[in-house]
Design a protein around this ligand. Structure first.
Ligand SMILES: [Zn+2]
Length: 180
């Protein structure tokens, strides 16, 4: 299972400080709800883009639950699940910051992300309903609405995964709680 945890670092700072070593698991296993059973279970690598548009390799912390024996990995919130470009670059692209170097470097990929978000917007709107305190928007206005409701792409993504097990792009099995 994959969780997204709030991380204030940039990808570069995460790499330089080996921040995967500082990750603390939740007190309760998100799959079986047993307390105090998550233990370190290695790391795995993934790539992410930097603020200059380069790619760096990150290590993602993984834990294993001694009760249900499932693993839980903790993705820092500057990263998107299964997507190479970091959150800040996508957010800048969506805001029209065309002159940024990272936006220019990944423009074709970012257009693809935006297309994917547009295709999935109706499903996100149906899923969240009125959970964020206001009537949900028409799908084309989803992004500007979420920005106001959650404060930005990073908290929006984190909340969608935590509260509903979805991202702005699609629903992934790794975000789903244990099926009963
Ligand atoms: Zn468990």
């Amino acid at each position: 299972m994959q969780r997204i945890y709030r991380c204030e670092l940039t990808p570069e700072e995460y790499v330089a400080s080996e921040a995967q070593r500082q990750v603390r698991p939740e007190l309760v296993c998100p799959r079986c709800k047993q307390p105090g059973r998550l233990h370190r279970h290695g790391v795995y690598p993934r790539g992410i883009t930097t603020s200059l548009g380069r790619i760096v390799r990150l290590w993602i912390a993984r834990f294993r639950c001694g009760a249900c024996r499932r693993t839980v990995s903790y993705l820092p919130s500057f990263a998107l699940s299964y997507r190479l470009v970091q959150v800040a670059t996508l957010e800048a692209f969506l805001a029209g910051a065309w002159s940024r170097r990272d936006v220019q470097a990944w423009e074709a990929v970012l257009k693809n992300y935006r297309r994917r978000m547009a295709m999935y917007a109706a499903q996100v709107v149906r899923t969240i309903g009125c959970a964020y305190g206001r009537a949900p928007p028409a799908p084309p206005r989803l992004w500007s609405w979420l920005k106001k409701a959650c404060g930005g792409l990073e908290p929006a993504t984190r909340r969608l995964v935590t509260d509903f097990g979805i991202t702005l792009f699609q629903r992934y099995q790794c975000h789903q709680p244990k099926r009963s």
